[in-house]
Design a protein around this ligand. Structure first.
Ligand SMILES: [Zn+2]
Length: 67
């Protein structure tokens, strides 16, 4: 097992929660948080600034920005 899975910051402006979640668990964690704490309202989400940055990183990793 390696520990090189990127951790993604999520933020919830309603309950002021901030947490770093392993990339593979982000969607599940955000959904679970919203369902348990906010009656399913989609208030918690990936930190938008980081998401933009991450999208760039993923694009680079996948070679989408080459050629
Ligand atoms: Zn919350």
């Amino acid at each position: 097992m390696t520990d090189d899975v990127p951790k993604i910051p999520i933020v919830c402006p309603v309950c002021e929660t901030r947490a770093k979640i392993p990339f593979s668990n982000v969607e599940e964690t955000v959904t679970d948080h919203n369902e348990r704490l906010h009656d399913g309202d989609p208030v918690a989400a990936v930190d938008p600034d980081v998401f933009d940055h991450l999208a760039d990183q993923v694009a680079v990793d996948l070679g989408l920005l080459e050629g």
